[in-house]
Design a protein around this ligand. Structure first.
Ligand code: SAM
Length: 234
């Protein structure tokens, strides 16, 4: 069952109870710290990929997996109509309290309105969970897009995580796609129910997009195997 460990951490930070960070790990990587202040970043503190995504946004905007509402707040201040959604009750409550006007606790697949821009940021493809669900999510996103609308999504090619010291890769070709990870988080000793989190290399995303009727092109590469892509209807 979902415990919203992530949301509890966001609420603590927002309510001036910041004592520790979130710890994350995956089936292929050791424990790592996710600093809570990073989840409350302003435009200047955002990676270039996110700044670029915001600059490409226009019209009526949907911020999927909004977290504390960093991207929504910037866009709202620029005068755009924004709706933010997140499955985390804690995130929704923090985003509201920080001033995002329209925030709903909602799973992406429950959304039904249409938008000119749909944002999925901070490894936006993670929300698709696993490769077998990719087409279902892309089809759904297609149904939420106006004719000339765009989806702005970032991800990383995590092949580098499988590289050993000699420079060879240990990807097991009999296993699922290498970007499909089991993702774990803990905060103040509480461990969230494990979730699936999908990292997608650009070519795999592009091929999937073509099968559901999206043109997919790369806007920019980030500094570490990451990239920002734009999806538009053919
Ligand atoms: C890595 S965080 C990114 C938060 C925010 N976009 C940012 O850049 O700071 C991913 C967010 O997506 C939310 N999320 C995960 N799956 C979701 C889904 N299916 N529908 C909506 N939100 C989802 C999580 O609760 C979390 O807040």
């Amino acid at each position: 069952m979902y415990k919203d460990v992530f949301g509890k951490a966001l609420l603590d930070y927002h309510n001036d109870n910041y004592t520790e960070d979130i710890i994350t790990w995956t089936n292929i990587s050791d424990k790592d710290m996710l600093p809570l202040p990073y989840l409350f970043r302003n435009f200047e503190e955002m990676p270039m990929i996110e700044q670029e995504a915001l600059k490409h946004s226009n019209g009526k905007i949907l911020d999927v997996g909004c977290g504390t509402g960093n991207h929504s707040l910037w866009l709202q201040n620029k005068g755009f109509e924004v709706k933010a959604i997140d499955i985390s009750m804690g995130a929704v409550s923090v985003a509201k309290s920080r001033g995002v006007n329209i925030v709903e606790q909602k799973h992406l697949l429950e959304e039904t309105e249409t938008y000119d821009t749909i944002l999925l940021l901070m490894n936006g493809t993670g929300i698709f969970e696993e490769l077998t669900k990719l087409n279902q999510y892309l089809e759904h996103l297609k149904s939420l897009l106006t004719k000339k609308g765009k989806i702005l999504i970032d991800s990383s090619d995590i092949r580098y995580m499988y590289e050993d010291e000699e420079g060879s890769y240990w990807i097991d070709l009999n296993q699922n796609y290498y970007g499909e990870l089991d993702y774990y988080i803990s905060y103040k000793g509480e461990i969230e129910t494990p979730m699936k989190w999908l990292y997608l290399d650009f070519d795999t995303l592009k091929t999937a997009c073509q099968t559901v009727g999206f043109k997919c092109y790369k806007i920019i590469d980030g500094p570490h195997f990451d990239y920002l892509a734009q999806l538009k209807l053919f």
